[in-house]
Each structure stands twice: as C-alpha cells, then as structure tokens.
Design a protein around this ligand. Structure first.
Ligand code: ATP
Ligand code: MN
Length: 439
C-alpha cells in the first residue's frame, strides 16, 4: 500500500484491534494523531479512526532511525498510518497497544489550533476542526443511531417516508419567524414545517412521515432554538389526538430503550446513563393545560390562563419528574390555525406538547387537525392569513377529507434530552443561530 493511504488493503480498524482478536499479530492502523508525545527514547502516538483510539509506541532502539524521527515529528491531528504488533496492555486506553516499527505520514500539517480550555466562541469558529473531537464524534454517532431507530420504528408501524418541498408560499407557525427567499422575483419562504404537505400525502399513503430541515428565524438566544433544525413530522389519517399521543410515547420509548441496549458505550461516552434511557416506558403522564398551569404556579411560577410555557415554566412543570409528560388542550387562541377545537371544550384545541424532564423542555408538538372545510376557512381568515396561499390546503377538506392527526419532533431537542447535553448546538454538526452561519 502506498504511503498516501488510498484504499483499505492491509488496514485494520482500531475497533478490531481493541476487540482482542489480533492480539500478538501484526496490524496496520490508519487515522489521525489524537495525542502525540515523545522523549529522547520513546514516542507515543494515540491514533484515532472512526471506530476508536489506540496507543502506538515507538522505541528508539528497536526501530529504524527514520521511523523514530517521523514518529517524533508528528503533530496532533496529523494524518498517518502506523504498523506493529498488537499487545495486551492494561495501562493503554482500550487495553491494547500497538508496538510499532513502521509509520507513514499522510499529511503532517502544522500545530493544531485547538488546544485545551478554548472558549466556546473559538470552538464554534473552528467547528470544522472541532467536529473531530471525541465529544462531538460520540454525539454525532448517537444522533445517527437515533435517526436510524426512528426510521426503524416507523417502518414497523407501516409508515411511508415522503419528501416535502423546502421552498414554500405557506407559513404555518406564524409569520414572524419566516426566512424570506427571493424566488425569481416573487416572495417565497424556507419552510417552517412540512406538516401541511404531509397532510396531502395521507390521502394516498394514510400514514407518512417527513424528516427534513425546518427553518425559523428565531430572534431569541436560548439553549434550545436553532434557525435550522431537523424536523420529524408524522401525519396519520383516521387518528385522534389520543391515538397520536400513544404513538408518540411508543416512539420515544422505542428510541430510548434501543439506544440504551444497542449503543450503551456511545451513550456513556456522551455522559448519559444508559439505565435512564432503558427505564423510559409508556404511558407518559397526561396533564390538561389548566392543571399544568396550577402545577407551575404551585412550584413557584407565575402563569395566567392563556399564556404559553417558556423554558422556566416547563422546568417547573416537570420538577421532580424523570419521565416526559404531555400537556394537552391548550387555549385555542395561542395555537396554530389548523388545530381542531375540542368539541367538549371549544376554547381549547385537541393538541399536546411533550415536555422532557430535567429542564430540556418541549420536544414534540402535536394535534388533531381541522378537517371540515368551512371551519378551516374561517380559522384562516381569523388569523389574517392570505387565503390564496392556502387554496390547496383547503382543497384537501373538499375532496375526501378525513379526521387526522400528526406531530412534529425536533431531532436536536430529542438528542439534547436523551444525551443530556447543555446546549442544542452540540446536537447538530453545523449549528445555525441568530449570530452564526459560519462555518
Ligand atoms: P418552542 O415553543 O419551544 O419554540 P414551538 O412551539 O415553536 O416550540 P412547534 O412549532 O410545535 O414548536 O414545532 C415542533 C417541534 O419542533 C418542537 O416541539 C421542537 O421540538 C422543535 N422546534 C421548534 N422550534 C425549534 C427551533 N427553533 N430549534 C430546534 N427545534 C425546534
Ligand atoms: Mn417556537
């Protein structure tokens, strides 16, 4: 194999070396120098690849001089391969060491700009380099596994994944957070939600979901708002909101339980206890909005009927709880135009938010949709929306309309809660926030 490192012939993944199956044998690993230190007689390079890290040792008096010089000259984050004999060593991270006698430098590079104790801003400016860190690597692996589990869940439940447009004319979560697009001289927007499009598909496929970015020009700086986030939006024909909630809790338990059982190492490496995720079980508590206000106020909050929960109120609501809760039947006047009023209590709608515990807050918003033509038209007018942008949405209520429900899950909110991250920006590789669109 060439020193440039193209191809995989003769290369072992570090996880295979750490599994012990190569103990006593020769192996060549390839990747990046995670740590590098050298004395006059000894050079240690910890190499990382996508599967793990391993310590590689070079002894001056047992390797050719040029090999030792190269090993000594490696920078942190240089790319390279190293070859030697696999030895069990309880002092080495992962329990195995490679006693090396050969090395190939692919790109030596320069001193890496990220050292210990950098400021958060610096790490965000150098995100393109910081993404290699063990912390973010583990989080991005966990995120990938969670997305896989979500898809697996919906496959089993008989859903179809469908593709929405990203550029639209229809806002659905309020005009104030729309990003405008110059669409060949016309005004259009980046989608805030694909829900309205998912509602189209249910008349053919019955149970569908969209997994796509949503865009919100969020003016606030919080630890749980991004301007661009990944949004999972299932929509189901013939579902009431009660059925909707049952599906949501089943989905959350499925992801949590299987993440814990299949990927406990990654969960631990991210700082979460797999036993917590394993303990998440449906059903979740259902709290009517009015009761939720009382709980918030009893825990020291100051909320009046008709107000929405902020981060502080959601934390008060889940105080002392370790499982998510549903808050349902919000006042109609603070919710979106498409939500169906509760016939038993028409000032409220048939909706629910799922609130995660430990201050993580809302992760899902869901509802039963208005499926009657006249009433939907009335609500669109009441909200001062431009009827002509919603003509197609109204059409769905004219031809073969059926009761239906759906919900929206913020992927980064889910990742933040399940891995117990401090900030939502670490749940996505390239966070977009009010003051950041680089790198
Ligand atoms: P919040 O009150 O927290 O701003 P929302 O009521 O605006 O949320 P919805 O419009 O119901 O949220 O969107 C559905 C889901 O999308 C939310 O439950 C949340 O998980 C996620 N979400 C909403 N806005 C954002 C955002 N700016 N960044 C990341 N995720 C978001
Ligand atoms: Mn919002």
């Amino acid at each position: 194999m060439a020193d440039e490192g193209v191809g995989s012939e003769g290369i072992s993944k570090i996880s295979d070396v750490l599994s012990g199956s190569l103990n006593g044998k020769r192996a060549r690993v390839r990747g990046w120098a995670y740590r590098a230190r050298a004395s006059n007689n000894l050079a240690f390079i910890v190499i990382r690849d996508s599967s793990g890290i391993i310590q590689c040792a070079f002894k001056k008096d047992s390797v050719p001089a040029d090999v030792f010089d190269k090993a000594k000259g490696i920078y942190v984050e240089s790319s390279l391969w190293a070859e030697g004999t696999v030895r069990e060593d309880s002092r080495a991270p992962g329990g195995f060491e490679l006693t090396c006698d050969n090395i190939g430098v692919i790109c030596l590079g320069e001193a890496f700009p990220i050292a210990k104790d950098q400021s958060t801003e610096f790490l965000l400016d150098t995100r393109h380099l910081w993404l290699r860190s063990q912390k973010l690597t583990n989080v991005m692996k966990a995120r990938y596994y969670m997305l896989g589990l979500l898809r697996e869940f919906f496959d089993k439940e008989g859903f179809f994944e469908v593709a929405p447009p990203i550029i639209t004319k229809a806002g659905c979560e309020g005009g104030s957070t729309l990003f405008e697009v110059n669409y060949f001289g016309d005004k259009a927007y980046l989608t805030q939600s694909s829900q309205l499009y998912a509602e189209i598909y249910i008349t053919a496929l019955e149970k569908v979901y969209v997994l796509a970015p949503s865009f919100r020009a969020e003016p606030s700086r919080t630890v749980r708002h991004l301007a661009e986030y990944w949004h999972l939006e299932p929509e189901m024909a013939f579902y009431s909101n009660a059925m909707n909630m049952e599906l949501q809790e089943k989905m959350i338990a499925y992801v949590a339980n299987n993440l814990a059982s299949r990927h406990s190492d990654i969960v631990k490496a991210c700082g979460q206890d797999p036993a917590y995720l394993a303990s998440i079980k449906a059903p979740f508590e259902r709290i009517p909005y009015t009761k939720a206000i009382e709980i918030v106020n009893a825990n020291g909050g100051k909320m009046a009927w008709g107000e929405d929960f902020g981060a502080d109120e959601e934390a008060l609501l889940t105080k002392g709880k370790s499982m998510p809760v549903f808050v349902h039947n919000f006042p109609k006047k603070i919710k979106s135009f498409y939500m169906r009023p509760d016939p038993e209590n028409p000032e409220t709608v048939l909706n629910s938010d799922m609130i995660a515990p430990f201050g993580h807050g809302e992760i899902i918003g869901g509802s039963e949709r208005i499926w009657e033509y006249d009433y939907l038209l009335q609500r669109i007018r009441e909200e001062n929306l431009d009827v002509k942008n919603y003509q197609w949405y109204l059409d769905l209520r004219k031809y073969g309309s059926v009761p239906h429900s759906g919900f929206g899950l913020g992927i980064e909110r889910l990742v933040k809660w399940m891995l117990n991250l401090d900030h939502i920006r670490d749940a996505i590789p390239f966070p977009r926030t009010i003051n950041r669109v680089y790198p």
